[in-house]
Design a binder for this molecule. Structure first.
Ligand code: NAD
Ligand code: GLY
Length: 352
């Protein structure tokens, strides 16, 4: 088991290891004096792990109530958030109680936002059950729901009190979601760790399980470092968006249904690195190395739109600042920087 301390506006541990669900109650007592724990989970994850988590919480002395919602991004909405608020109020959850988010990024983001806003803020603990949530969304305190105008447009920064990553929970995760999370894992190697990128380039989907605990811990450590330097996303944290600006346009092109986020990020990283290479902004050959690495995780896919067709949608991205846009470039594996580009220059670059 590995423990990574995050020193943000609130300090907390991220514990990563095997068979942690059965001891989650005991661990939560170490960070919370709550009488009641309110589990928030989607129907799939609750069906798989809800009973074990409830049992552990009860054994540790918590009174437990559970709220479940239909799995999937469509639930990350104001409507479901409102149901969560009603549930918390009906069950007399007070400011000194705790919310336990059990599930993937959808659950963590929405339960996190509920905990940031219910009674002006109560404690919450993350128990992430997807690879993406373990390496990314459960750490760093970004919480949100989607609205019609776009994803994650309403939210808050709210750090959890504790994050419990049980690697064994990933055994039931369908492969397509595991692959999606690997897109973010490769991203961490590209932006901050040549060693991680090298490790990933020597493994594949079949044997990555052998080093998964270390890989998750390395990703969490990278995210911890970035978040500690720039919790509120005004500088270095933007590096985490490598590949994401074009990815959002690709997802939009396919109406958010034809391609998963992890695959779109992978294509976005490959496109951006090719453009960087063509413009002398990164080492020659890096795009081929990245493509070969992604191929090992079934993430080397092609999409219909060409980079220049993605420009306009990319400009609606949150990374745009007036007449310029911040793009993330990797000059080599493990070395990234933010490049502020005037919009016309960015559009010209996309033409190749
Ligand atoms: P998700 O929560 O929808 O989970 C994906 C699917 O896997 C769901 O159907 C879920 O029921 C199922 N599932 C989860 N754990 C399982 C398990 N152990 N076994 C079997 N099935 C399981 O999606 P996700 O990919 O985890 O997260 C995507 C969300 O995360 C998006 O809404 C995105 O905006 C958000 N996100 C947030 C941050 C952040 O910093 N807050 C970062 C990245 C992504
Ligand atoms: N997933 C991007 C961030 O946490 O900033």
């Amino acid at each position: 088991m590995q423990t990574i301390r995050v020193n943000a506006s609130q300090s907390y541990d991220v514990v990563i290891g095997h068979n942690l669900l059965d001891s989650c109650g005991e661990r939560i007592t170490q960070v919370s004096k709550a009488a009641k724990a309110a589990i928030v989970s989607d129907d799939t994850v609750y069906g798989l792990y809800g009973e074990r988590v409830e049992k552990s919480l009860k054994a540790a002395g918590f009174e437990v109530v559970s709220f479940t919602f239909p799995h999937g991004e469509a639930s990350k909405s104001i409507a479901v958030l409102s149901e969560i608020f009603d549930f918390l109020a009906e069950n007399h959850i007070t400011r000194s109680d705790v919310i336990v988010a059990l599930g993937g990024g959808v659950t963590g983001d929405m339960a996190g936002f509920a905990s940031a806003s219910y009674l002006r803020g109560i404690d919450f603990v993350q128990i992430p059950t997807t690879l993406l949530a373990q390496v990314d969304s459960s750490v760093g305190g970004k919480t949100a729901v989607d609205i019609k105008a776009g994803k994650n447009l309403v939210g808050a920064f709210k750090q959890p009190k504790l994050v419990i990553c049980d690697i064994d929970a990933l055994s039931t995760l369908p492969e397509e979601f595991f692959i999606d999370g690997m897109g973010e894992v490769v991203k961490y190697g590209m932006i901050k760790s040549a060693g991680l990128f090298d490790k990933l380039s020597r493994h594949n989907l079949g044997n990555i399980g052998e080093i998964l605990e270390d890989v998750i811990a390395e990703c969490v450590s990278i995210k911890r470092d970035v978040v500690e330097n720039d919790e509120f996303d005004t500088g270095e944290r933007m590096l985490l968006n490598f590949g994401h600006t074009l990815a959002h346009s690709i997802e939009q092109y396919y109406n958010y249904t034809g391609i998963s986020h992890g695959k779109a990020v992978s294509v976005g990283m490959m496109m951006m690195t090719r453009l960087a290479e063509d413009n002398g902004l990164c080492r020659k050959g890096l795009t081929d190395e990245l493509t070969a690495c992604l191929d090992r995780y079934k993430l080397n896919i092609s999409v219909e739109p060409k980079p220049y067709e993605l420009g306009e949608a990319a400009l609606n991205d949150k990374k745009r600042m007036g007449g310029s846009i911040n793009i993330i470039i990797c000059e080599d594996a493990g070395k990234s920087f933010i490049k502020k580009m005037p919009v016309p220059e960015f559009l010209e670059m996309l033409k190749g």
